[in-house]
Structure formats: structure tokens, C-alpha cells
Design a protein around this ligand. Structure first.
Ligand code: FAD
Length: 297
């Protein structure tokens, strides 16, 4: 098998593919458009022992300044379909959704079609595949099953039970989610749209949306909020390089200019030390770290 296969690019900047706007290059980068292309790429990479990483919207990801060794995949066009599979009179809506669908498109469709209980997803950045991996806003409660292509190129169907969804956790084995079957309760169209609109307003009031970030840096420890602990440790506004603890939401680290990954990691380590000293609680990163230099966080 010759390398690189058609369409694989060299030294693609990952800062352009993450909401943090931080990160060095992917050694190799590709956006397969079909499942067949994806499988061919994975088999080709496996054949030459090239490590594979996957990125979705890049809104929960922090990439090392030195970049990522190996092949980084981002699903392309053919993974952006949304296919409602039930009739309007069915009591639940079943919807098959490509993993590269922007989560907000799903939310807009919920407003139009009266799919209920999606308000927690209103304003959530990123793509459906990334949201499922992170179980962002408990999206797992709607997942019936999904398709996973293993790093060796084998296609498998997984049920929701196999995913073991929990707070910001899934038991996903290494591979790439290509599509997800959702099951949503029905809600009257106007009601669903109203709730989504209100949720969006609450999010815009409480979260930091104006500066580049990856959302919450740390998971909430049991029974408390990471943001509250960071705030009470007096860390709002603390800055290392161009990485700063948001003054609006203490669990957001924002890039106020040319922040590097090292700036962010150093700030995260500083936060962890101060919160341990003050409260005896060790904060665990929520943001996914790609590349080298993660021994401490
Ligand atoms: C302003 C802001 C607000 C946010 N608010 C919230 C919030 O309220 N709640 C919340 O939970 N999160 C929040 N986040 C974090 C983030 O938006 C979510 O976790 C989001 O669902 C991640 O989706 P993504 O496509 O960007 O994932 P990425 O960052 O691209 O990837 C996340 C992980 O999923 C993996 N992955 C991505 N796609 C696939 C795939 N197809 N197959 C297999 N693995 C894959 C990646 O390898 C990585 O490990 C926020 C982020 C920002 C910037």
C-alpha cells in the first residue's frame, strides 16, 4: 500500500481545527467522505503502524504545541446526514445521524420537528460524534445504538448499554463513530422551540462564549462544581502567558491572544495545586489532551 493515500495532507495546522485556536500540526491529516474511504485509510495506517487520532469539532480538545504524530482524521461530507426514521404519529422520534453533524443542527431540527428534551444541548458546540464520546450534556440518554469503525477497519454496531454512559464518560473502545441512532420523546413543536430558546439564553448568560476556549477545563468532582472551587480559591483572572482563567466562568480557560498549549497546561497544573491545597480535592481534566506533554495533568 503506498503512502500517503490520495487526499492525505501533511503538516495540517490543528489550531485551525480547535475552538481553543491552539496546537501544532498533525503529521498527516485526512477528511474521509465515505465509510469506504475511512476504512481504506485506517487499513493503510495500520499496515505501516501509523498511530491514528480522531477529532470532531475540536471544541473539547487541546493539542500539544509540537502537534500530533501520525494520522489525524476528521470525518467529512458523507457523515453529515440526518435521517428521521419514524412517522409523526409515533410516540418517539427515531433519528439516524452522521457523526460529523454539528450538534446545533440537531437542535434546530428538534425545534422544527418537535423532538423533546434536547434543551440541555442548546448552544453545545461541536459535532454529534464528539458529544457522544464525551457524553456531553448527557446526550447518551438518547442513544439507542451507534456504528463504530475499529482502528483496524472493522465495522461494528454498539448498543447504548455497551457504551455505559456516565457523567462525561463512555466505555468506547478505540475507533471512529460514524453514525448514531437517537430516540427522542415527542414534544409539541412550539414548546420544544421555547424551551430550547430559554436554555440558549441561560447558557449565553453564564458561559464564556466570546473568547476561544474548550469549554470547562475540569470535570465536576462528586457533589460540587469545579468552577465554584476554582472561584473560591481566588483563581478567576489568573493568567499564564496568554491563557487566563475566565472572569465570567471560573472553569473556563480562555485564550486571550497567542496562548500555547504549554500555557494552558501550566495554568491547569497551577489550578490543580491550589485547589488541592485549599480544599483537598484533585480536579480531573475534562478537556481531552492530544499529543505529548501530559504527564502531570
Ligand atoms: C464555549 C463552549 C461551551 C461548552 N459547553 C459545554 C457544555 O455545556 N457541556 C459539555 O458537556 N461540554 C461543553 N463543551 C465542550 C464540548 O463542546 C463538548 O464536549 C462537545 O460535545 C465536543 O464535541 P466535539 O465534536 O467538538 O469533540 P472533539 O473536541 O473534537 O473531540 C472530543 C473527543 O471525542 C473524540 N471524537 C470526536 N469525534 C469522534 C468520532 N466521530 N469518533 C470517535 N471519537 C471521536 C475525540 O478523539 C476526543 O477524544 C463546551 C465547549 C465550548 C468551547
Amino acid at each position: 500500500m503506498s503512502w500517503p493515500p490520495t487526499g492525505v495532507r501533511r503538516a495540517e495546522s490543528l489550531a485551525n481545527h480547535t475552538s481553543f485556536r491552539i496546537g501544532g500540526p498533525a503529521e498527516w491529516f485526512a477528511e474521509p467522505s465515505t465509510v469506504e474511504d475511512l476504512i481504506a485509510l485506517l487499513r493503510s495506517a495500520a499496515h505501516r503502524d501509523t498511530p491514528v487520532s480522531v477529532i470532531g469539532g475540536g471544541t473539547n480538545s487541546l493539542v500539544a504545541d509540537r502537534g500530533i504524530h501520525g494520522l489525524v482524521l476528521r470525518l467529512g461530507r458523507g457523515f453529515r446526514m440526518v435521517e428521521p426514521l419514524s412517522d409523526a404519529q409515533d410516540d418517539h422520534a427515531r433519528v439516524r445521524c452522521g457523526a460529523a453533524v454539528v450538534t446545533q443542527r440537531l437542535v434546530s431540527l428538534a425545534c422544527q420537528h418537535g423532538w423533546g428534551d434536547l434543551e440541555a444541548l442548546a448552544g453545545l458546540p461541536g459535532q454529534v460524534g464528539g458529544a457522544v464520546v464525551m457524553n456531553a450534556q448527557n446526550i447518551g440518554q438518547f442513544v439507542e445504538r451507534l456504528t463504530l469503525v475499529s482502528l483496524g477497519g472493522d465495522v461494528e454496531q454498539l448498543t447504548s448499554a455497551q457504551m455505559q454512559f456516565a457523567y462525561r464518560y463512555t466505555a468506547l473502545k478505540p475507533g471512529i463513530i460514524t453514525d448514531v441512532m437517537f430516540r427522542f420523546p415527542r414534544a409539541p413543536v412550539g414548546v420544544s422551540a421555547d424551551r430550547i430558546h430559554q436554555a440558549l439564553c441561560r447558557r449565553n448568560d453564564s458561559q464564556e462564549t466570546r473568547l476561544p476556549s474548550a469549554g470547562c477545563a475540569f470535570k465536576n468532582p462528586p457533589g460540587t462544581s469545579a468552577g465554584r472551587l476554582i472561584d473560591q480559591a481566588g483563581l478567576k483572572g489568573t493568567r499564564i502567558g496568554d491563557a487566563r482563567v475566565s472572569g465570567r466562568h471560573a472553569n473556563f480557560i480562555v485564550n486571550v491572544g497567542q496562548a500555547t498549549c504549554d500555557d494552558v497546561v501550566s495554568l491547569m497544573e497551577h489550578i490543580q495545586r491550589r485547589v488541592v491545597q485549599r480544599f483537598g480535592v484533585r480536579l480531573e481534566p475534562e478537556v481531552r489532551l492530544f499529543g505529548e506533554r501530559w504527564d502531570h495533568v
